[in-house]
Design a protein around this ligand. Structure first.
Ligand code: TTP
Ligand code: MG
Length: 354
């Protein structure tokens, strides 16, 4: 049996609305709906306050207005959502070595190689809130399927970790349509067979399901209901650098404290490098000041390094040379310019730190 994976799913809460609220804080706490205008407009998303009135994604805007006449309607601004998404995904990519960005507001992270995966995800949540201002929910499980359902289970600000067995218990009584990949048509066909819940589906004889849905889809449906999922993270980009960064709960000025945190980040980074058997010739630090100016300082060495003592020494030197003039809100460290074990460059470009 392959080792148990640890997969996290991160999904921003009420994404489009949350971006709009950053620009219009006076609307916070009110029912807010992002939708186009015109007679055929549909709701893209609604704030949790508006959802209480039954307003939801993909509903005609006219119906949303009837359900919640006091809601504030805002036109979508996709450029803004893309820009916010990029900022969030940059943090997500820095939190794990394998990441699948599954949409503008969601990503899967393989965190099985992190020493303390839950703590790392708590930090990521805090960093996304601190640096970008958006809230998200996190689900953790042995598969993408479990992680996805877990992230959705206690929105907003959810943080739910489940094993396969606890997922079966928790969602067994829910309708099969809850499972990603099972649409309303399939759910209807299942209902017609007397299969009303995920637990029913998990207990259904495979032969019966195959007869109705085919030799491939029948067993697949049952596996979904058993939370059996070994699908890999896809679209993982070839790594050209690895980094770790963190946003502080309070801005920091004390150089000793900053160096201590830099050392911790470097330790985590080097542990990741060692697991992936990577070394790099470029070490960089990233410092964001309290006025949001972001500065990077990089040094390229004659030979690739990856051990914590040497990477730390370079990172510390860079920080001392830069000597932040203002309180610091974010600190990061990166190693780039990877070389394989035989000394061949993995990637010709020396990537600037993000
Ligand atoms: P979701 O993650 O499904 O929804 P959400 O982020 O608004 O709310 P939550 O995750 O807290 O339940 O989708 C992300 C964004 O995608 C959403 O903000 C708007 C857009 N979207 C649409 O435009 N149409 C849709 O039907 C859905 C579901 C989402
Ligand atoms: Mg979302």
């Amino acid at each position: 049996m392959a080792g148990t994976r640890v997969i996290a799913h991160v999904d921003l809460d009420a994404f489009y609305v949350s971006v709009e609220l950053l620009r219009r804080p006076q609307l916070r706490g009110r029912p807010v709906v992002v939708s186009g205008s015109g007679p055929r407009a549909v709701v893209t998303t609604a704030s949790y306050e508006a959802r209480r009135f039954g307003v939801g994604s993909a509903m005609p805007a006219a119906r949303a207005r009837r359900l919640c006449p006091e809601a504030v309607f805002v036109a979508p601004d996709f450029n803004a959502y893309r820009a916010y998404s990029r900022r969030v995904m940059e943090l997500v990519r820095a939190a794990a070595s394998t990441v699948e960005v599954a949409g503008l507001d969601e990503a899967y992270l393989d965190i099985g190689d992190r020493v303390a995966p839950h703590a790392a995800m708590r930090r990521l949540v805090r960093d996304i809130r601190g640096a970008v201002g958006l809230g998200c929910s996190v689900g953790i499980g042995p598969s993408k399927l479990v992680a996805k359902l877990a992230s959705d289970a206690e929105k907003p600000d959810g943080f739910v970790a489940l094993t396969r067995e606890s997922a079966r218990e928790r969602f067994g009584g829910a309708a099969p349509v809850l499972l990603p990949g099972i649409g309303p048509k399939t759910a209807e066909a299942l209902a017609a067979m007397g299969i009303a819940t995920i637990a029913d589906l998990a207990a259904a004889p495979t032969a019966r399901l195959s007869e109705r849905f085919g030799a491939r889809n029948g067993p697949w449906l049952r596996r979904r209901a058993c939370f059996d999922d070994d699908s890999p993270l896809t679209d993982a980009r070839v790594a050209v650098s690895e980094s770790r960064e963190t946003t502080f709960p309070h801005d920091l000025s004390d150089p000793t404290e900053l160096e201590r945190i830099l050392e911790r980040l470097t330790g985590e980074l080097c542990a990741g490098l060692a697991r992936h058997r990577r070394r790099g010739r470029t070490v960089a630090i990233k410092v964001r000041l309290d006025d949001f100016r972001t500065v990077t300082r990089a040094r390229t060495l004659p030979a690739a390094i990856g051990d914590p003592a040497r990477v730390s020494a370079v990172a510390r030197e860079l920080l001392r040379e830069y000597a932040p003039s203002r309180p610091v809100r974010l600190l990061g460290v990166r190693v780039a310019g990877f070389e394989s074990d035989d000394g061949e460059p993995v990637e010709q470009l020396a990537l600037p730190i993000a």
